[in-house]
Design a protein around this ligand. Sequence first.
Ligand SMILES: C[S@@+](CC[C@H](N)C(=O)[O-])C[C@H]1O[C@@H](n2cnc3c(N)ncnc32)[C@H](O)[C@@H]1O
Length: 295
Amino acid sequence: MPTPIDPRGKDNPSTYFVQSQHDEAEMIRLLLQDQFITAGMDGVLAGLERPETFQRVLDVACGPGGWVLETAVHYPTMQITGIDISWRMIEYARAQTQARRLSRQVDFQVMDAMRPLEFADDTFDLVNMRFASSFLHLNEWSSILRDLLRVARPGGTVRVTESGSDQTGGPTSSSPTYERMLGMLLCAGEKAGYSDNPRRWGVAHRLDELLTEAGCQQVQMRPYHLEFVAGTAAGESIYQDAMYMFQNTRPLIDKWDCGSPDYQDLYQQMLVEMQLPGFHVFWNLSSAWGTKATD
Ligand SMILES: C[S@@+](CC[C@H](N)C(=O)[O-])C[C@H]1O[C@@H](n2cnc3c(N)ncnc32)[C@H](O)[C@@H]1O
């Protein structure tokens, strides 16, 4: 019998790639990452047809709520719900909702997306989920996508976004040490079951196929190419992301024996290389979306 979900108290166990002792640092990383990823995707709903017609929107695994709150500001007639398994993330998102006076438009709930979602069938005009490969193992994608489709209304849209594309598995950089650290993380990702290949994380290269198999119609895929160069604001963002990422994920890397005895030295070396003139990271993302049948 599954452990009941605890909306308060200590954080809920999950398969997230960062475990709870690093929550604070991970929340900071997610807040920073949300900003540059949404900007790199040309905004919260870029590419979707007539987003202003969506009335009810669900964001699955919303983290500290950055995407939900920004969407609410851009589309003041939408009702938006964010769910996440972490009550700490949800508490933070709720505090931001109040501070930004968005309570009439936005609500956040603690919920496990790996169980059937606690929403009625046919509820949402848009169901959005970004970076779920951080907690979904390969064999869990089909069932979660079917459940996202269940809670979308007929004619509604399901959109998923992941790091990587059919060309690359995620970020690539000019720093040999960044590449080495990334290699350790990818090694852990494969051994833990988030991917089937040590050169990429997750399922970005076949998001369209997965959505089609789950029953989505008119599936489309869109790639995004983000570039971060040292000495620019984007370069500073990716520096901060790496600074948190390779500390927060170290327990996962160690657990799967993918690390190195000189991990901490490599980490420091990476931070130095990331500040050298000419340092850059290219990061491909992919979104796929489709609609739920109306019959
Ligand atoms: C990489 S973050 C992405 C946050 C947000 N979607 C974004 O793109 O900025 C993944 C989130 O999934 C949440 N998570 C992990 N396991 C989950 C589960 N079983 N159900 C719901 N959320 C989960 C984590 O707490 C974390 O906030």
